[in-house]
Design a binder for this molecule. Structure first.
Ligand SMILES: [Zn+2]
Length: 88
């Protein structure tokens, strides 16, 4: 699940939270502008998880929850949707 993410990559929340497996934010996507250490507070159970987040001006999430999207590869986004359905 470890993957290289670079500024300019489009990412999507595709994995559950470590604390309680919350699917909060599934499917949200944005283009990464920078990285920063942060504490992400779970919307479901309130646990704070420290880590490195990939963020844009308006959104962000810890790296372990993110999947890199490749807009020029349709096959990849189809696979991502299938994966989401399986987890949900
Ligand atoms: Zn939680």
């Amino acid at each position: 699940m470890e993957m290289p993410i670079k500024p300019g990559d489009m990412v999507m929340i595709a994995y559950p939270t470590k604390c309680c497996g919350s699917a909060s934010g599934y499917g949200e996507s944005w283009v990464v502008s920078e990285f920063g250490a942060c504490t992400e507070w779970c919307k479901d159970c309130g646990t704070g998880i420290e880590g490195v987040a990939a963020v844009s001006a308006t959104q962000g999430a810890l790296l372990y929850r993110l999947k890199v999207m490749k807009p020029d590869e349709d096959q990849d986004s189809v696979a991502a949707h299938k994966e989401l359905e399986l987890i949900a």
